[in-house]
Design a protein around this ligand. Sequence first.
Ligand code: PRX
Length: 639
Amino acid sequence: MDLQIKSFEDYQNTYQHSVENPEAFWAGIAENFYWRRKWNNVLDWNFKEPKIKWFEGAKLNITENCLDRHIYQHGDTPAIIWEPNDPNEAHRVLTYKQLLDKVEQFSNVLKNNGVRKGDRICIYLPMVPELVIAVLACARIGAIHSVVFGGFSAQSIADRINDADCRLVITSDGGFRGTKDIELKSIVDDALVQCKSVERVIVLTRTRTPVSMIKGRDVWWEDEIKKVETQGNPPCPAEEMDAEDMLFVLYTSGSTGKPKGVVHTCGGYMVYTGYTFTNAFQYQPGEVYFCTADIGWITGHSYIVYGPLSQGATSLMFEGIPTWPDAGRLWDIVEKHHVNILYTAPTAIRSLMAAGDSYVDGKNLSSITKLGTVGEPINEEAWHWYDQKIGHGKAPIVDTWWQTETGGFLISPIAGVTPTVPGYAMLPLPGVQPILVDENGKEITGNDVSGNLCIKFPWPGMLRTTYGDHERCRQTYFSAYENLYFTGDGCLRDENGYYRITGRVDDVLNVSGHRIGTAEVENAINMHSDVIESAVVGYPHAVKGQGIYAFVIASQHHTDEELTRLDINKTVSRIIGAIAKPDKIQFVSGLPKTRSGKIMRRILRKIAEGDTSNLGDTTTLLDPGVVDEIKEGAEKLRG
Ligand code: PRX
């Protein structure tokens, strides 16, 4: 069976079948993958516990699907094209055959270092091919990877390592991003002061920055590879995994202060990422597909590594940033590697658009046939610029809506098959049953309506639990509305039945497409010794989508406001990472609180947005006077 849907009628029929008979539908899709043993049961579920089991009894290894099965006919097809940060450094290409060899080699390195099936491994690497190799090597031997984005601080790494009880860390001396050389190993060293479970650190050489290698704990990647070579480079057969064995943990922010480890399992995740990748992008053999995300986020996991590779695609990964050496870098890469499919975030599009058309005019982008966006709502202006300047009006744009928890796209156009409307994720993919509910969980039916977005039936790529704390998973996603998975997003369904995601309805911010919890930022700000209390909200930001606005009550010690702001930013960078630094800090003498002590964020949000005309009812506040003071302060801050 061809996995790809070829027409809108085909989509409608497939969708119909997928909701009427989900088990038969997904079993049919799963037949397109390589299983060592087929399942006994397609699906066993309830959203109450929740219990979600797909393809129970099936045996597989996802790397056999991503690598081995392509070798015989397509061994020389490029699997990974790597474009370095510095355009003057040579790019690298790894064919499927070469990638498999390297994955087997590094799998043996992991085994030599005592890693066994089920062990958790923390990966903190820059965007180099070795990151893909490390991820796949873990999967090959059944170790559970927990990739931590290179922008996170030592404290964040330590929290993640301790939560998952990781035995081993894979990092590099440093990483290049634009003009910066980030000292990753040194950050890991700081983290490990707090981590008892880590026995071994494998360090890749990338920047040649000086590092402290601790005897008995730290080893060089290159030395370990040499050892495997002296052993004669033995193959590393893939470990047989149950469909429901854990594949990876990936930490993401929620409305509480502590990020949670979203758990994905082998079988369902493989089927779902492969199916959605090939469909949404209508991938054709030979096409070069370029996703600009970092593998530290779910987009990189699902749509740089697992989805594309399970489909035998050529996946281009980029070490650097879109604005260095200049804002034409992505277009240079498209031109150089004849990229056919480009998948990026609205925030990147907006920043490149703001840099001016001179960076794109004159670049040969004729290879582009399909475009995608992810991570946040895209505004019309950016959509049209992307469509006209990059796609020359000929490349369908798939606005893919999904989440770390969903594993893959849930609502998204299928390129060239589904109609597109700027700002709309359009229609659910087969197997996905979205519903809108009101505050009380009552379904909102019909069209031209809006509400909270929930999903009422499981799909194979959904999260199974949150690491080490199943109750938290239930609480967060399955308790708001009975028998529904709650996404945390608000959504409208227009008169044609098309879906448009309007943004989070909880206390989660989306800054440059990155998810950050307001409580997490508040906790970090409150760590600063001069801070008594803080409240963080989001506000519209022209490039980032949302900016971080912090209202801070500081003690009398601080005399220089500007310096205290810098101190607070430094604190947030240390505790979470530079990505969570507030864009604006306003010092206040009090916060608007109800008599029960709850901060009225609605009021702060309005003030941060600069919309103070209608703040609603403030009479229930403990001290209504504080609102006027905050309003004045905000105006001053805006200048
Ligand atoms: O609010 C939605 C927004 O990003 C959130 C998920 O964030 P994360 O788990 O970090 O995953 C990002 C990459 C999948 C969602 O709850 N979001 C994601 N994609 C879109 C989006 N908002 C609007 N349109 C999208 N296409």
